[in-house]
Design a protein around this ligand. Structure first.
Ligand code: PFF
Length: 363
């Protein structure tokens, strides 16, 4: 029988699973939909869904992985009663994973591009309209987007190729530790900007009347969707990590640690973004997906007008942070897709990783 690799340490397992959960959903999507749906009241709903739905579903996914000892590709084959069709979920999960990879690696590519743009100071002398133009021009430039997307996919490939322990576990642990340190620096800087308190109030003081303009149902649905997306539940990504948890560990305990880390990072992202946005008069936090690409470069310009070098550094580091978060999730998507091919078609891990990389770039 082929030897199945395992995590080297428990902290490595937690960092890898948390790395899968922590991603663009925390640092890009969470702040922008919180901004769109009115701030603290939305956050409250989000937290409730994390506990009442996210936690039990995460425990269930881990259970499926641990009980079968396999990834989503084969877990239901191993567990289902004879003659039932639960294994179809393995295919749905895999399709979902590829669809996610298609958009995720593209948005992660934008982060790469923005690290260079902002660290070079490309935004400093631009008006808000011109900044918006930079973003829209990038979206109209397939060569630039494919280039950066390709780099993101290749990074995932190289890490997966090195295997679970030496590649995925090691990279996730290093990236997650850097991400947490970087976040703390940026939170401190953002909270000490002048006018930051208005952003904190928007973020922490629930105002339910703000929800009425969207309708309560829409806000609740968005909060639920965000809680699922941020925990990576539903497409078998956690099942694969569950398959590596030893029988001596309590699954609920592991799930609580991962959700706590994920929530910490999302909330910290808000503490970086909202005080910064509100430190600039006349800027609103409801720009949607463009919040970190259009609103923030403008905010950084004004907030750091008297200290441009610090501004380059802050905004460059900010996009590095977004990219690091995106990379750990991309690695886990690569891992799921690689495991699917490796387990189903008896290709070696290396060959499976190559196939996934090619499919992903083509898609
Ligand atoms: N949870 C990730 C995020 O918040 O960005 C998104 C994600 C990653 C969803 C991996 C699903 C997945 F398998």
């Amino acid at each position: 029988m082929e030897h199945r690799e395992n995590f080297k340490s428990r902290i490595g397992f937690i960092m890898t699973s948390a790395g899968c959960a922590i991603g663009l959903g925390n640092v890009w999507r969470f702040p922008f939909i919180t901004g769109q749906y009115g701030g603290a009241a939305f956050v409250l709903f989000y937290l409730v869904f994390l506990v009442i739905l996210g936690l039990p579903i995460m425990v269930m996914e881990f259970t499926v992985g641990r009980a079968s000892g396999k990834s989503a590709a084969k877990s239901f084959h191993a567990l289902e009663p004879a003659g039932t069709k639960w294994h179809i979920h393995g295919y749905i999960a895999t399709i979902g994973n590829y669809v996610l990879m298609m958009f995720y690696t593209t948005v992660a590519g934008w982060m790469f591009s923005y690290i260079f743009k902002s660290a070079r100071g490309e935004f400093t002398s631009l008006t808000p309209d011109e900044i918006e133009n930079v973003f829209n021009t990038m979206l109209l430039n397939p060569k630039e987007m494919v280039f950066w997307m390709g780099i993101v996919v290749l990074v995932g490939f190289v890490i997966c190729l090195r295997g679970l322990e030496k590649g995925v576990e090691k990279a996730s642990t290093v990236i997650m530790t850097s991400l947490l340190c970087l976040m703390l620096v940026l939170v401190v800087r953002s909270l000490t900007l002048e006018g930051a308190s208005k952003g904190i109030a928007f973020y922490l003081k629930p105002d339910f009347s703000k929800m009425t303009s969207h309708g309560l149902g829409e806000v609740i649905f968005a909060a639920m969707g965000q809680s699922f997306f941020t925990l990576s539940i539903g497409i078998g990504s956690l099942a694969i990590f569950g398959s590596y948890i030893g029988k001596e560990r309590a699954l609920t305990g592991e799930a609580v640690s991962i959700i706590a880390l994920d929530t910490f990072v999302a909330l910290m992202a808000g503490f970086i973004i909202f005080p910064a946005v509100f430190s600039v008069p006349g800027v609103a936090p409801d720009a949607g997906p463009g919040l970190v690409y259009i609103t923030l470069p403008h905010v950084f310009n004004i907030a750091f007008a008297h200290l441009p070098v610090l501004g380059y550094l802050f905004s460059g580091l900010f996009y590095v942070l977004l990219l690091l978060a995106a990379l750990t999730s991309t690695i886990s998507m690569h891992e799921i897709a690689t495991a699917f091919i490796h387990e189903n078609y008896r290709l070696s891990r290396q060959h499976a990783a190559i196939v996934v990389t090619v499919i992903c770039i083509v898609l």
